[in-house]
Write a protein that binds this ligand. Sequence first.
Ligand SMILES: Nc1ncnc2c1ncn2[C@@H]1O[C@H](COP(=O)(O)OP(=O)(O)OP(=O)(O)O)[C@@H](O)[C@H]1O
Ligand SMILES: [Mg+2]
Length: 285
Amino acid sequence: MTDAILTLKNVAYRYPDGTPALDNCSLTVRRGSRTAVLGTNGAGKTTLFLHLNGILRPSAGQVLCGDNPLDYSRAGMRKLRSQVGLVFQNPDSQLFSASVQEDVSFGPMNMGLEEREVRTRVAESLLAVGMAASADRPVHNLSYGQKKRVCIAGVLAMKPEILVLDEPMAGLDAAMQQELMSVLDQLHAAGMTIIIATHDLDFAYGWADDGIVMEAGRLLAQGATTEILLRDDVQMALGGAPLIAEINRRLLLIGIDLRDNGYLPRSKGELLQAITAQTRQESTP
Ligand SMILES: Nc1ncnc2c1ncn2[C@@H]1O[C@H](COP(=O)(O)OP(=O)(O)OP(=O)(O)O)[C@@H](O)[C@H]1O
Ligand SMILES: [Mg+2]
C-alpha cells in the first residue's frame, strides 16, 4: 500500500468555455516522492496542478490531500495553500506586488507568522534562488528568469509540505537550473514531496522517482520513471525517449548493454560506471 499524499479520483474538468481538460483522471502522488508530470502541450498538466491546490474544482470526481477530500471553504483553502505550494508556469500569473520583497512576504504573512519569522524566511528564500540582492527591486522590471526565481522564493518562504512546480526550469539559465536542482534536493532530503511538470525527459528520468504521464486529459501511465519512460506507448505519446534509452538501443545493436539488473544508468556517475564495466568485459578474454 502506498502512502498517498495527494490523490485524484476520477476527476473531470472542463473550462468555462467548454474545453475538456481532464477526463476521468485518477492518480496518486506518494508522500516524500520526487514526481515528474509529463505530457505534450495541452495534455492537462497545468490543469492538474491547479486542482492540487484548489484553484480549480473538479467538474466531477474528487481530489484528496492525505485521506481527506479537499475542503473548498475559505478556511480550508487557506490551510491547503500552506500545505501545497504551487509555482505557476507563467510568473506573471503569480507576481502581483510592487517589490520582490513584498511579493515573497505575501505567503508567509498570510499564514499569520510573526514579522521576524517572515523576514527570516523571505531572506532565506531569496538567497536560495540567488535574488537576495534584488529584494527592493520592482517586480515588473525583472527579466523572465528573475521573475521565475522570485515566484519560487515566494512558495519556498511558505515551507509547504508539498512543492508543486510547473515547468520551473524553463527560462532559467544553466547555472540557476543547477542551483535550483540542489535546492530541490535539499528540500526533498528534508522530507518535502516535490512534483514537477516538465518536458525534459532526461531530467525526469534522472531526477524523479515517480512519473505521471498525461495524454489528452487522461492518465496514460504512472509508476517508476525508470520503467514507464522506457514503455513504447509512453514514448509514442511523449514523442521521445530519454537520451540514455536511445543510446542503449543503438549500443544493443553492437552487443553492448548498459543495463544493470534491467536498469539503465540514471546519472553521469552511473553511466561512466556502466561504460567501465562494459570495457572490462570487452578486455577480459
Ligand atoms: N483558461 C482556459 N480556458 C479554456 N481552455 C483552457 C484554459 N487553460 C487551458 N485550456 C485547455 O485545457 C487543455 C489542457 O491545458 P493545460 O494548460 O492543462 O495543458 P499542459 O499540459 O499544461 O500544456 P503545456 O505543456 O503547454 O503547458 C488544453 O486543451 C488547453 O487548451
Ligand atoms: Mg502547462
